[in-house]
Write a protein that binds this ligand. Sequence first.
Ligand code: IFM
Length: 472
Amino acid sequence: MSIELQPPGARRPAPPPQPLPDPRIPGLTADFVWGTATSAYQIEGAVDADGRTPSIWDTFSHTPGAIDNDDHGDVACDHYHRMPDDVALLAGLGLDAYRFSLSWPRVQPGGSGPANAKGLDFYDRLVDELLARGITPWATLYHWDLPQELEDRGGWPARDTALRFADYAEIAAARLGDRVRHWITLNEPFCSAMLGYHVGCHAPGRQDFQAAVRAVHHLHLAHGLAVQRIRSVAPASAQVGITLNPAQVYAASEDPADRAAARSADGMGARIYLDPVLRGEYPRDVVEELARHGVTLPVEPDDLADIAQPLDFLGVNYYFSDVVAAGEEPERTRRVPQPDRPVTAMPWEVFPQGMTDLLTRISRDYPGIPLYVTENGAAFDDGACDADEGGRVQDHHRTAYLADHLAAVGRAREAGADVRGFFAWSLMDNFEWAYGYDKRFGIVHVDYRTQRRTPKQSALWLRDAASVNRGK
Ligand code: IFM
């Protein structure tokens, strides 16, 4: 890994102290769940340890030019070898819950056949470590690291991958279900399907819209089958859900063409995922629009019944909103940048009200399902907020971002949305996919040369906010 990081404090003086945001968040009650999140490939490293086989992200990240700086996850945060220390660090933040993902090729090398005892042992130890420190484990089964062997057999565009995923889900739940109560089947199927098979900026790097749409459906099927298999082996108290990142879209104007563009973007960015999972149907306008592009969802009889399993919660990831207008062709949309909105390092526009609107809209349109914000956070250049003399990383921008978005969650709750928790993305700086290690989302700073972890101001603020609001 060719990462040349300067130690905190070496680049420029710490910014002047700023007042920290008020940790008291209106609308958040004592039972609100406070957590933080990571995923396997982004933090674990140890890619060939103890029987793990390559995933599509190992292959993709070693493809020259695919990732900024040609970074990869071979070592990442070396969490596989440092897990007890990381859990101790997490415990110091005083949060209630930790959302992590299992690496499919670690648990079931190649994605089919028997479980890998050593791979499962790692998650077994992680769960025990968390529970011993009073932290509730939230396990995600799939955060994008498809076993390469399954990709070689067709990947998500192939129906068989969904069946393989159901087997893997059962293996994981059978081993951990006595202690893990909260299960998330998939993280952001939009990214797996559209970024992986259509845009090609994520693994496996294919650019084939029909393949991407097939992937959408097979991810949904994988989810529905996995829910059934988890429930078949886990105690009745298991809480099972899925994490989506529904687009939050606004029309640039009241012009009917812009409103149609927004509806279309909402269909392909939100409803194509929400509707099958929560209503057992694909939105008609989306199916028609796909047909206009000569593309179909490969739905077989009974699939939608399998997909629309009763869920205990919906995970919602939110980072930004989109304003769209009609593009050149009638059915095309065009993103309209909002120069008045500040941007993160990604650069994503910061718009907390979008979070309130998204959560209230989901609660209104899909009533009855509890919501958890399973990811929210921001990459900022921590070079601009280096450690002060006390060794703290003064990430004022990230602290303010989290405070503003937690306030947005509070407003959604006050407006009636049943939002029960918030997981900051991410516990620590990590491998940010196509952007490599330059984009830092962590509330804990990672020095990749030494693997030293330093909680940032945002982590300490989150700890205080959790404590203050719990005491209300
Ligand atoms: O780092 C990712 C995460 O893996 C999935 N959700 C968005 C985050 C920031 O890009």
